[in-house]
Design a protein around this ligand. Sequence first.
Ligand code: ASP
Ligand code: MG
Length: 425
Amino acid sequence: MEVYKFGGASVKGAEAVRHVAQILAKEQGPKVLVFSAMGKTTNALEALLNAFFRQEPDRAEAFKKLMTDHIAIFQALFTPDTERYALVQGLLRERFEQLYQRLLEAAVLPYDQAYDQIVSYGERLSTLLIVNYLQENGLPVEMIDAADLIRTDSRFREANVQWETTVKQIRAAVLPLLEQGKWVLTQGFIGGDGQGHTTTLGREGSDYSAAILAHSIDARQMTIWKDVPGVLNADPKYFSNTCKLAHISYSDATELAYFGASVIHPKTIKPLQNKHIPLYVRSFIQPDEPGTWVGLDDVENTVVPSYIFKPNQILLSVYPKDFSFIEEIGLARIFDLLARYGMKVNLMQNSALSFSLCLDGAKGRFPDLLGALSAEFDCVYNEGMDLVTIRHYTPAVVEQIVAGRAVLLEQRTRHTVQLVVARKA
Ligand code: ASP
Ligand code: MG
């Protein structure tokens, strides 16, 4: 049994869906297929929800655009005057009517709850088209809605998986179909809270969905099909001379993902690692080229330096007002406030007189945090910093990365160096 995950880029249009079908047509053995929303649909749905929430005048236009885009893909994939065409057309119309209704009702719900009910349509629409296209082309796929597989709490937009129920539900629904020689197809990113609400696992969460499925069915391996050749040692957006890593450890992959490499969602690794399920990251553009294996730590080739770059960071230093040392009680207070304002800490360091934190500027409510902290501590901060993480560093590599940039904070462990640096002048 294996799990395949196809992201939004791999199904961004009719041509892409045909290409996925060609890849799958060559495959054998039991499979679970996980799909994201098509292309940038999730962003479009976020914008659509906001437009309805704020009663923006162009909201009907935005809805129509989303619908027209999906109808165009539908028309390119299916042959008119066939049973399948009529079936999918009917289902698609139903979905969009339902979506419109939900958008009208969304404004009375708490925002995060409304978000999950609306934004999950991306995956529900993509899988509706894809499952029918694959079936029409003779592939033995059956769809199961992810809300019936992945059970979560009701923390909308960042739902927590309830593992025991999830594993039970997945095994009960998926294994019998696989035994009958069917492939199971489901949506990434979404789950259900058991009270009739759809939840989502956080943006880019489809990788995590696939890992939850792989873990639950004890898959032999999991594959993420990407528009890049595999896991690179650096993001080509920020660095030239990148190279593909043939083999990396679970812990390397987790660190790379956690500190900003966008190739894998950070929550993906743990469920696989716990069961020693290897993860293969490979290209759907060049399916014959070897990708990257992620597996146990004793693999060779873990020594290529990797650079991860996280922009938009805030470096905050906190000092006690009375010149005393930052004591445990003060630290507890700082963490309490960080949690309250939803700030994500990427790095911290304390000295005798201060406590410094590198915070994700894009997440949380920094002005509120600062206001609350300033009542009790003196605070100094720099915004717009970059956090550079280098795994398997060498002095030469560090030198090359920081060249000419001011380093405000540095932390080294055996394998990793992290630097908070000011932007290039
Ligand atoms: N469609 C969702 C997103 O774009 C989930 C995913 O693609 O992994 O965030
Ligand atoms: Mg995506």
